[in-house]
Design a protein around this ligand. Structure first.
Ligand SMILES: Cc1ncc(COP(=O)(O)O)c(C=O)c1O
Length: 446
């Protein structure tokens, strides 16, 4: 573990002077007095102080962490890509649920979270689950997708979208991205379905559309093509809660819609997911399948395979508090994106994931394009700033080397040039400026 440079060095390097110190280190200064698990700039204290990998009580730069907090040379806290943004509201709800003893594991907060969530995304019903991946898996089970089936999936996505297809024994077929949204190219959806129709081949058992990095896919033409060929649609809105497409919320376009509350998402339950649909009977079935498919009987009676995929009441309590704060979190992510755009406007060699005119993204992550994202990422890392490459396309993954695909060059180019910058709603303007300075140091010296 490399010792972090003293704050003076880092602030000079990042051109982020007093404003940064005022924003984060003011809170840092109280670090010694906070109990374990307390929050500082929205990141658990243990992570902040130790940059993820050090156990509590570790030394950094040869000084015990507790002394660091009160020493003259404070370290600037590590900037994470998208850390949880939780606070007093979440803590209160969690303790209320705990004190009520609704722990084992369902309870009133699960019911309330489902209702409040469904209302937010305009769905008739919602089932709270243990993860977005579980929601994807169950969506495919509900559609009866199984061995021998094909499922269309965008190549540029997180692996969970494609893994769920394999869980049910089906084969993903990967489609390239559109340059205007980075989401699946609607023209390729139509091309794939039309080609199958002309060749007399079976149509895919489902299409999984992903709303990438907080921006909706171009659902109009996609839904038209899928409807024309009778292909059911699953919307993977794991990254886009709070976004809109032509005025409609992300996660309202599929027959089944998937959300994630993983720790890096715009709202989190530490881990969790939601499946929504417009047919309450479908969601009743999700609840059945996700609780081991237990039939009503005094003993344990099972007529089909089930799963242990339900969300616990404690986590649902956190989710309810997070949902209340969602509009403010969306606003902040957009402000952060705008600050990056302003700072990089006119800088040769820096581009952005386009904001499509068809909707309003949440800018869950701000993704830039640069000639050498590795150089920028490593430099940011040296400044204790976390950045990540854009998703590596599924058709390039060893796991899916044998899968069919249509196109792929656009997704490859995004992977070659894309870099996700810290975008969490806990970031101060000074934090953004610190990232900007680090990026410019590399790009302007190239
Ligand atoms: C596009 C996409 N789909 C699915 C998932 C899976 O969600 P989870 O981590 O809650 O299983 C994620 C992220 O984690 C994601 O980014």
């Amino acid at each position: 573990m490399k010792p972090a440079p003293p704050v003076t060095t880092m602030l000079t390097a990042a051109k982020a002077t007093d404003r940064s110190r005022a924003s984060c280190s003011a809170r840092s200064a109280t670090a010694t007095f906070l109990p374990h698990g307390s929050l500082r700039c929205g990141v658990p204290l243990s992570e902040h102080a130790s940059a993820t990998f050090l156990p509590r009580g570790s030394f950094r730069g040869g000084v015990p962490l507790s002394e660091h907090a009160s020493a003259t040379f404070l370290t600037v806290p590590r900037l994470f890509l998208s850390p949880p943004d939780v606070g007093a509201r979440e803590r209160a709800r969690l303790l209320e649920a705990f004190d009520s003893n609704w722990i084992a594991p369902l309870g009133p907060d699960v019911d309330a979270f489902e209702q409040e969530f469904a209302a937010f995304v305009g769905a008739q019903a919602a089932a709270a689950l243990s993860s977005g991946t579980a929601a994807l898996h169950l969506a495919l089970v509900l559609l009866g997708v199984g061995p021998g089936d094909d499922v269309l999936v965008p190549s540029l996505t997180f692996v969970a979208s494609a893994n769920a297809v394999v869980y049910v024994g089906a084969r993903p077929v990967f489609l390239d991205s559109d340059r205007g949204t980075w989401n699946v190219d609607p023209g390729l959806v139509e091309e794939e379905l039309a080609a199958r129709s002309h060749a007399g081949r079976e149509q895919p058992a489902a299409f999984i559309g992903v709303d990438l990095y907080g921006q909706c896919a171009d659902w109009g033409p996609i839904l038209a093509s899928c409807a024309a060929y009778g292909v059911p649609v699953i919307e993977d809105a794991a990254e886009a809660l709070g976004a809109t497409y032509r005025g409609r919320p992300a996660g309202s376009f599929g027959a089944l819609n998937v959300f994630s509350f993983n720790g890096n998402k715009i709202i989190t339950t530490s881990g969790g997911g939601m499946l929504t649909a417009d047919d309450p009977a479908v969601i009743e079935r999700v609840r059945h399948l996700s609780t081991q498919a237990r039939d009503p009987a005094p003993h344990y009676e099972h007529a089909e395979i089930g799963f242990n995929y339900r969300m616990s009441n404690l986590l649902a309590a956190v989710g309810r508090a997070q949902l209340e704060g969602l509009p403010a979190k969306v606003r902040r992510r957009r402000e952060i994106n705008a600050r990056y755009r302003d700072a990089f406007a006119g800088v040769d060699g820096i581009g952005f994931m386009p904001d499509a005119a068809t909707g309003r993204p949440t800018n869950w992550l701000t993704v830039v394009t640069v000639a050498d994202p590795t150089a920028v990422r490593l430099h940011l890392e040296s400044l204790d700033i976390e950045a990540r490459p854009a998703w590596k396309p599924m058709h390039l993954q060893p796991l899916f080397a044998d899968c069919q695909r249509r196109g792929g060059a656009v997704a490859e180019e995004i992977f070659r040039t894309g870099l996700c910058l810290p975008s969490g709603s806990v970031m101060t303007d000074a934090d953004v400026d610190r990232v900007v300075a680090g990026v410019l140091q590399v790009v302007e010296s190239a």
